[in-house]
Ligand binder design. Sequence first.
Ligand SMILES: [Fe+2]
Length: 483
Amino acid sequence: MTTPFPETMDFNGYNAPSRVECDVFDLVVEGNLPAEINGSWYQCAPDPQYPPMLGQDTYLSGDGMVRLLRFQDGHVDLKQRYIRTQRFKNERHARRSLHGLYRNPYTDDPSVRGQGRGANNTTPIFHGGRLLALKEDSRAVEVHPETLETIGDWDYRGRLRSETMTAHTRLDPETGELYFFGYEASGLASRDVAFCVADANGELTREEWFQVPYCSMMHDFAVSREHVIFPVFPTTADLDRIKKGGPHWIWEPGKDSFVGIMPRAGTVSDMRWFRGPARSAYHFMNAHTEGNRVHLDFGCGNVNPFPFIREAGGIQVRPEEMKGNFVRWTFDLSKRGETWDEQILGPSGDLPRIAEKDFMKAYQVGYYQAFDPEVGPPLIAGPVGAGFNTILRLKVASGELKRLPMDQRSTAQEHAHIPSRVPGHEGYLLFLVDRHDEFLSEAFIVEAEHLDRGPIARVKIPLRLRVGVHGNWVPAAALRQVV
Ligand SMILES: [Fe+2]
């Protein structure tokens, strides 16, 4: 017998675990689906099989579910499967949760000590002919891009030394190389970071280790054509605390933020460190280098957005005290000193995405999400609490904004960008919409340049897809080469 899930934000309402593996063919489509949209959209979602062993847990611990919306000649099919991680298999065998606190193996059931506990629930990427499910606390798991069956752990043919691989990799669209890193590379709470590159065929070509000033939850990084940028914000880990059964992460606003910048043509020994006050960010829109100046664009906050991480650090923050902006930090490598300049580009927000053609270089347009209280009251959706209810298109040079608000009963999940083959066309955004009134999901397709006009096509999904984390679009032509 399985007990109920806790009645907390992480497990209730739209955040209730789904635990549904399914195939639904020929979803109903309203509107006009452009014929050029052919390919697969993959998304990872945390979706716990069992209620937490310790009675409480965070959304982020859930077993990895990977979902696929396949667009083929005007038809859209849905497939959703659990990733068969070691964690998943152990728990299914025991018919209960065997893992304790988020990323604290010292709180696990003795029967699984020393075994893999990665949930691989954050990002699916397609690179080198492989679909990889990623979460930053462990290595990748390979999943079949058509059947979504789990193939197994992926460690670059035994070559990757880092024990972890970030869920936020950076593709170089000119070379096909994948830039990534792993923090806590040598184990829990270690200060070791592995900087890695895989070539277009998915073979590991670089792995260089360096140390950060303190162990930080380094969720993302950024790469320009000339530089690699590693921001370090004070969400920190401590091995003694973890060994005593405490939280892996706490927010420590008394510590400074650091940003390490190295030339791509150099090595990690060329890293230069910049230093500033405590800030928090999880995702970076883009970076580009202009002469001696390196620009980094992102949604920047004054506190960690996750309540369980703030509260573990003893920090109580009312929502109105959480401040942020969408900013550009500029680092002038020709000057001495540790500081950077900040320019405000737009209102606070997160989940930034740009067109793949613009990765790593100067660009005009980006898209990100925000919670706008004028659109409607907060609706619980996803890991940080209130889901986003507005998608923004930002022209970074002028600050011009276009907005697509959801209705009062809906939240948006992360959008992916789909390029268009039509010259001058800005492409499309694809994202799930959580319908809190119907307890169902839809997928919206909007024209990226005209997102304020609303969806040109809506794909109706006859069930609730638990809020996912990140997704990526893979064109059909890229998949045909391997499937
Ligand atoms: Fe992320």
